[in-house]
Design a binder for this molecule. Sequence first.
Ligand code: M6R
Length: 365
Amino acid sequence: DKGNHRHFMAKEIYEQPETISHTLSHYLDMGAERVALRETLPFDFARLSRLTMSACGTAYFAGSIAKYWFEKLARLPVDIDVASEFRYREPPLQADGLSLFISQSGETADTLAALRYCAGQGQHVASLVNVRESTIARESQVVFPTLCGPEIGVASTKALTAQLSALASLALAAGVARGAIGPEAEAELVRALISLPSAVSKALKSEGQIVEIAKSLSKAKDVLYLGRGPMYPVAMEGALKLKEISYIHAEGYAAGELKHGPIALVDESMPVIVVAPSDPLMEKTLSNMQEVAARGGRIILITDEDGAAQAGHGIADIILIPKVSSFVAPILATIPVQLLAYHTAVFMGTDVDQPRNLAKSVTVE
Ligand code: M6R
């Protein structure tokens, strides 16, 4: 049932304040402002040597964002790779390592093969899945759930923000267990997570403006997405979403890599979407953005009010998201990129929920 929405994807985008809140309530004790995992862990975060994540598509971008959290908040070394590469690399794995597999469906063939490899290597095996009865869940020693309900649209939206909510909580739990986060910092980070659903509701209100921008995006042949730090995977996710449902070629790039090649592509006909909420790295991204502006690129900036105040000239459009802590900002920043892709696809007249050549669950390699 699509409710009042034209597509499942739109319905699922709009469900996110609720699905994020539902997922967070599983991982947090909101009253006590503490992280509180319900699962019995077959490992001790404090003793882990390394975290190795594998996943595909959007789930891989969730892990790529989480890498920043685990490294920063828990001082835990992290590897992440797409499962189709990881499984054949057969990398050496350290003793006392945790392998974490992220999958909405829990049935993705490459992710499952990566899991079996790690289990065979004696790693602790955990998964983050949306389908509890799935094969990946069954073969894991511990299953962390995303509680976003069934996702019907082939383009993943609410599953991503649920994965991120769970991963942020797990990174916090790891940080507390490893002594990297004290009680005050923990309470502050938990409050940042608690404030997320209402920030997402506010971000969804820029839909009207996004429809106008999407109209112009639908005329583009290529679109570049730029981000730095945890906004880099958000940029890649934005590009993936646009490609898969609008069939417009898009690429996500680390903002600092721009001058190592892709800036040669920039001209008046190429929209460049810059994901840069205000944080300590924003200034760097903004200077990359100015390099694009100087070459006539059409810039669409996703930022908050502080970022907009510092953005300077030459920007075609600014999509404002509420100002939140830099910890949760990458989760919030996925909302406008979802809406941009969705409305661009609607203008293109594609089959948004069932894009050509794609399956919801990729059970063959
Ligand atoms: O079920 P999974 O999370 O394992 O699926 C992984 C990818 O196939 C999936 O995220 C895909 O990239 C989506 N269509 C992206 O929107």
